[in-house]
Write a protein that binds this ligand. Structure first.
Ligand SMILES: [Mg+2]
Length: 371
């Protein structure tokens, strides 16, 4: 079996999520697209991958870099046997430093194809499921006390118990009020954490966190750099989740060894792709650090990939996944469904990622790469 062709599609996507400080500070608002990779073989098997690159004020890469990165390493993929996936991935890694967005989409498609070539679900090629079902997080919209409680109650009614709250868009005293208000609404079994998306200076972070430290709130990635986050973590002692400053397995290890981090959010693009994510998952399991597994955004293809990945971990090691599926962009005809705040793979998934891609939404290819 040989890989014959790599086809790329660019599909406009409306992320429509809370962007905290970016709403006010971002003067150029780039239109976002999700890049879909289709890998064709001489056997007729097809592999699918996806990456929705974050805007370059969020991650240090351009969306267009995903396309160009895949084009750059395509000669290492064409003509190869997809069952030898680790060999192909090793060659890609040796030829392309960084470009976690390109590697996310390309490595996803290669793993989908490898599992199909072995006629097994991807979770089984990765060793089989350990978790039966996994928690999904929801982002609570902050407004007045009544509005905030209504947002929380609506998610509770759907079965959610893990909630992210965006802060950092206004002044420090606003964030202090928000954290006090939401912590007061929290039920004993719930997890709630506060994410300024790197928007706090160390001064902001110290002012906010010390003012609410009696509540022991969990804080997500407060400051721009790892070093600033470490400074704040050491001086405040509250639970910490790191997100976009975790830029690879080495940084993950450092964050654990430096005692900065209780939970890690692994964005596949930020950490270096699917292989880097799998490496960190192994470290996380060994070191006992729960993880979120996600990317900046995506559709049902990405959701399938992170769900297959996460099911290979014990449930207690998965802090939460995120539901990317939107009726506005029906990329996959058989998307995984969140029920009662949980996501689970079918009892008998089809081969690979088991995504039935809705080719009607792909449009014309932006690139067809063949030998
Ligand atoms: Mg975050």
């Amino acid at each position: 079996m040989r890989i014959e062709r790599i086809i790329l599609y660019s599909v406009p996507i409306d992320v429509g999520m809370e962007l905290t400080r970016y709403v006010a500070s971002q003067s150029i608002d780039p239109a976002l697209d999700t890049l879909v990779v289709r890998i064709e073989t001489d056997s007729g098997l097809i592999g699918w991958g996806e990456v929705c690159s974050a805007p370059p004020y969020y991650l240090p890469e351009l969306s267009a870099g995903a396309r160009e990165g895949i084009r750059h390493v395509a000669p290492l993929v064409l003509g190869r046997d997809p069952r030898q996936v680790l060999s192909v991935l090793g060659d890609i890694g040796a030829a392309l430093r960084g470009h976690g967005n390109a590697k996310t989409a390309l490595e996803m498609a290669l793993w989908d194809l490898a599992a199909k070539a072995h006629a097994m679900p991807l979770v089984d090629l990765w060793g089989g499921r350990v978790a039966d079902s996994l928690p999904v997080l929801a982002v609570v919209r902050i407004g007045t006390r009544d509005e905030t409680l209504a947002s929380l109650e609506a998610f509770r009614a759907e079965g959610y118990s893990r909630f992210q709250v965006k802060v950092g868009a206004g002044e420090a005293h606003d964030d202090i009020s928000t954290i006090r208000m939401v912590e007061d609404m929290k039920l004993p079994h719930e997890r709630i954490w506060y994410d300024p998306n790197r928007g706090w200076s160390v001064d902001d972070a110290m002012r906010v966190i010390l003012a609410v430290r009696d509540l022991a709130p969990m804080i997500e990635n407060p400051c721009e750099s790892f070093e600033e986050c470490r400074n704040v973590a050491r001086r405040t002692g509250v639970p910490f989740m790191l997100d976009e400053v975790i830029d690879g397995p080495r940084r993950f290890l450092q964050a654990v060894q430096d005692e900065v981090m209780d939970v890690a959010s692994l964005k596949t693009s930020a950490v270096g792709g699917i292989e880097a994510t799998r490496t960190i998952m192994t470290l996380a399991k060994t070191l006992g650090v729960p993880v979120r597994i996600e990317d900046y955004y995506g559709t049902g293809i990405l959701l399938a990939c992170v769900t297959h990945l996460a099911h290979t971990l014990p449930r207690k090691m998965v802090f939460g996944l995120y539901d990317y599926v939107s009726e506005d962009l029906p990329m996959v005809k058989n998307p995984l469904k969140v029920e009662n705040g949980e996501i689970r793979l079918p009892d008998a998934p089809g081969p690979g990622l088991d995504v039935d891609v809705n080719e009607a939404v792909l449009g014309d290819p932006v690139a067809v790469i063949e030998a």
